[in-house]
Design a protein around this ligand. Structure first.
Ligand SMILES: Nc1nc2c(c(=O)[nH]1)N[C@H]1C(S)=C(S)[C@@H](COP(=O)(O)OP(=O)(O)OC[C@H]3O[C@@H](n4cnc5c(=O)[nH]c(N)nc54)[C@H](O)[C@@H]3O)O[C@H]1N2
Ligand SMILES: Nc1nc2c(c(=O)[nH]1)N[C@H]1C(S)=C(S)[C@@H](COP(=O)(O)OP(=O)(O)OC[C@H]3O[C@@H](n4cnc5c(=O)[nH]c(N)nc54)[C@H](O)[C@@H]3O)O[C@H]1N2
Ligand code: SF4
Ligand SMILES: [Mo]
Length: 766
């Protein structure tokens, strides 16, 4: 067993110029360094070779899709996938002795990085109301305690069940079934903070919340937009797909306030040209957009397309497609023709010439795909922005055919699958009816709480029990101080987790840590070894089978914990066969196949190489909106605006972190080493604001004329971000995000476009 470092790392910042390319040999060596430090060579090698292979382990990193079975590389993973898997496969262990040594208060002062470095959780622990330490508890007593608290509630709606997108389909299905048979739709999830805006916008306009493209489509597109995403760090194998597309002649347009390395050039570590040569240029055009300017960009572009049609009637728009498949075109066209160019140019920070050049690229392209991620979804106008992207795709019929479509690039490896399984506080009646028919109970119909509303309810004392299944809610959520306060007001907080994180240290009166198997580990139940299934960003559902011996013999799987909890809580109130589900995950999949359209005959079809691709109605020419057609929409906007002396801050990921968990203090592609307490500011703004490189500043967010939120001691790094915009890492900056600052319609927290001021840090003299 490796020993974790006992002290926090010393912070010491060095800055080098940002990289102009991503992946290549350094990526391979960095992945290996991390593997060797975290695990034995053998464990690392064993897991990596089966990763993303047919019948192997699905990478627990992002939701990017695998190539079809015959086209997979022997090393079908990226540097970061290797880091994520080894972070779970670590040989470091947290035992009861660790919790005897460290009080909850002390652990609460530790950094996210340090907590994660301590290793895997190995036995159930409880923190009692009068104690500041976790102590061991048996599974029987832990689940009895949790079930007892749930049964004692005045209403099932006094409990919330949070999930993060690493949870398998089987566990997600069991969780929502438990919550609903218990009587609540309070199922907030990480998706509320991730692609909720995409779901709302796509559902409204196309009648389905999911992306429409496959890897094949990307390979055969003529033009691909990458809007608000950093694939070099967050979806590295997307770069292989883009390289493939470029080989087939595709052009790529990147839209981003930061010139991210992976958007510029890619050196594929899987081929000779990538390892030894210059690699492939990714973006043919880079639009250095202002924060929140994407809605204006697509509106400007749409106006230019309408004008091109005026100039050459019948040659630009897909008239037949628009006539037979869409509704609302005339009104949309009137609206877009009325927008003011000055507003578009101010909002985007681009020139008209730059946008006209994009129009020309579009006019030359038969097949267009738009990819987007958090730079779009975490903005106040995220939903109207994505609707405008849909308008853009509809104008030239870039939906429902090969090589074209909408590609929201999902985050967690199974975040999309969890939604398919019913993890949503507002599942449609069709799903609830199917549950009712299958299991013979009345699922609650009133919408439950999403993440933001759950925090409000906890804060107001309306929630007594919080159960988190994976994830790190207190760090993922906005307004850290408010969220922590909200958690502390619960009677019981419990987490089903693989590793220690801040959420375990911010406790209700009583707190439970329920340690669980990770995806890399063998899962053996009464009927034998089990596999689980997951769904990637391209709606492909496939198996994942763990290979490693569990981190401790005491661990239970997520499915087992949830089934036992359900049985103890509901005690014969339903006829749901929890014991059978626990012993045979195939029995869960059988039930899923009766409920989820497209997953019929689930058990038989999912074990075929490549698994099952869920049908997307749009690709069959069907738009299940209330009018049966795709909708053009009119999207008004207010410009994102920072008052004089302020900047628009985005909170984002470094190359070396998994969401709320930093792996190191480095962000190699951006040239940041040794510290995460940095704020990236355009050099012009550094001068304009009277700041200096390396100066320590406090970040102060300003909201609605009300209370200010502050976080101290960030080093100023001059960086080529768009003027007026700044960037700093999440989750350290979540304290700045006001709970009420949400995307309109989707209620998604705005982790991008926060108005901040930079104030010189006053050094304490004590
Ligand atoms: N290694 C690693 N991989 C991950 C994750 C991780 O933490 N680490 N997290 C996973 C998860 S859950 C998710 S959701 C995804 C997230 O993947 P990304 O969406 O790539 O994540 P962010 O780091 O938030 O980066 C946002 C990008 O949007 C840009 N941006 C910010 N504001 C704007 C804007 O107004 N307009 C435009 N056009 N661009 C903007 C930023 O400069 C940045 O490049 O990654 C997944 N993959
Ligand atoms: N400011 C700001 N805030 C953000 C974002 C942002 O860009 N900026 N991004 C948002 C987004 S896109 C997302 S998705 C959320 C992420 O929010 P979450 O999904 O809640 O957070 P993670 O950091 O992925 O959770 C890590 C923890 O998951 C647990 N875990 C890992 N693997 C497993 C497993 O197999 N089983 C179980 N049971 N537990 C496991 C470990 O204990 C680990 O500590 O954060 C959101 N918050
Ligand atoms: S691209 Fe995503 S899914 Fe693929 S190996 Fe890398 S982290 Fe894992
Ligand atoms: Mo995410």
């Amino acid at each position: 067993m490796k020993q974790p470092p006992s002290e926090e790392p010393e912070e010491s910042l060095t800055v080098t110029p940002p990289k102009k390319w991503a992946a290549g040999v350094p990526a391979v060596t960095h992945a290996l360094e991390y593997s060797l430090e975290e695990t034995s060579v053998l464990r690392a090698g064993r897991t990596l070779l089966t990763m993303n292979q047919v019948d192997g382990i699905d990478c627990p990193g992002c939701a990017w899709a695998d190539p079809s079975p015959g086209h997979r590389h022997r090393n079908e993973y990226c540097e970061n996938g290797a880091k994520h898997i080894n972070d779970e496969a670590t040989t470091r262990r947290i035992t009861a002795e660790f919790f005897r040594r460290h009080s909850v208060t002390e652990l609460g002062r530790r950094s996210d990085l340090w907590l994660n470095q301590q290793g895997r959780l190995t036995e159930p622990m409880v923190k009692r109301p009068d104690s500041d330490h976790y102590e061991p508890i048996s599974w029987h007593d832990a689940l009895g305690l949790l079930a007892g608290e749930l049964k004692a509630l005045d209403s099932p709606d006094e409990a919330v069940f949070y999930t993060s997108g690493r949870v398998s389909n089987e566990a997600a299905f069991v969780l929502q079934l438990f919550a609903r048979s218990f009587g609540t739709n309070n199922l907030p999830d990480c998706s509320n903070m991730c692609h909720e805006s995409s779901g709302f916008a796509l559902h409204e306009t196309l009648g389905t919340g999911k992306g429409t493209v496959s890897l094949e489509d990307l390979h055969h597109a003529d033009l691909i937009f990458l809007v608000g995403q950093n694939p070099g760090s967050n979806h590295p194998r997307q770069l292989s797909a883009l390289e493939h597309a470029k080989g087939n002649g595709a052009r790529i347009i990147a839209v981003n306030p930061l010139p991210e390395a992976g958007l510029l050039r890619f050196k594929n570590p899987q081929n000779v040209r990538g390892v030894a040569g210059h690699g492939v240029r990714i973006a043919d055009r880079f639009l250095h957009i202002r924060s929140g300017g994407d809605l204006a960009l697509f509106q400007g572009l749409n106006r230019l397309l309408l004008e091109a049609e005026d100039a050459r009637p019948g040659t630009v728009l897909a008239h037949d497609f628009i006539r037979s498949n869409t509704s609302g075109f005339e009104e949309f066209a009137r609206h877009v023709r009325g927008i003011a160019w000055e507003d578009v140019l101010t909002a985007t920070g681009l020139t008209r010439k730059e946008i006209e050049k994009v129009r020309d690229e579009v006019l030359r392209s038969e097949r267009v795909i738009v990819c987007w991620a958090m730079g779009v979804t975490q903005q106040r106008h995220a939903v109207p922005t994505i609707r405008e992207i849909v308008n853009f795709l509809l104008l030239r019929g870039n939906l429902g055919r090969a090589g074209a479509g909408a590609c929201p690039v999902r985050g967690h490896s199974n975040v999309q699958g969890d939604r398919t399984m019913g993890i949503w506080e507002r599942m449609p009646d069709s799903f609830l009816d199917a549950l009712q028919q299958e299991f013979g109970f009345d699922p609650p119909r009133a919408h439950g709480l999403d993440s933001v509303n759950a925090i409000r309810a906890m804060h107001e004392g309306r929630i007594k029990v919080f159960l988190g299944v994976a994830g790190n809610f207190v760090r993922a959520a906005p307004d850290s101080a408010v969220t922590e306060d909200a958690m502390r007001r619960c009677d019981l907080t419990a987490h089903i987790s693989t590793k220690l994180n801040r959420s375990h240290t911010v406790c209700g009166r009583t707190a439970l840590i329920l340690p669980t198997l990770g995806r890399t580990e063998r899962d053996i139940q009464a009927t034998g070894e089990q596999f689980v299934t997951v769904e990637n960003s391209m709606s492909e559902v496939h198996t994942s089978r763990g290979r490693l011996e569990p981190a401790s013999s005491v661990l239970l799987s997520e499915v087992a914990i949830l089934c036992r909890l359900a049985r103890r809580t509901l005690e014969g109130r339903t006829s749901i066969p929890w014991d059978t589900f626990e012993s045979d995950y195939g029995a869960i999949r059988d039930r899923i196949s009766h409920i989820v359209p497209g997953l019929h005959d689930f058990n038989r079809r999912v074990v075929r190489p490549g698994g099952i691709r869920l049908p997307n109605p749009v690709n069959e020419g069907v738009y299940p909106t209330p009018v049966g057609k795709a909708l053009f929409t009119c999207n008004a906007w207010e410009m994102s605006h920072a008052p004089e002396g302020h900047l628009l801050l985005q909170t984002l990921r470094s190359h070396d972190q998994w969401n709320t968990i930093p792996y190191t203090e480095n962000d190699r592609y951006r040239g940041i080493h040794g510290s995460r307490r940095v704020v990236l500011v355009n050099p012009q703004d550094v001068t304009r604001l009277g700041l200096e490189k390396g100066q320590r500043v406090d970040l102060v967010s300003v909201w609605d004329g009300g209370a200010e939120r502050r976080t101290e001691g960030f080093e100023v790094v001059p960086y080529p971000t768009t003027p007026g915009c700044a960037a700093a890492y999440y989750p350290e900056t979540n304290v700045l995000l006001p709970l009420d600052s949400v995307a309109e319609i989707s209620n998604q927290p705005t982790a991008k476009g926060i108005v901040v001021r930079l104030e010189p840090t006053v050094m304490s003299t004590v």
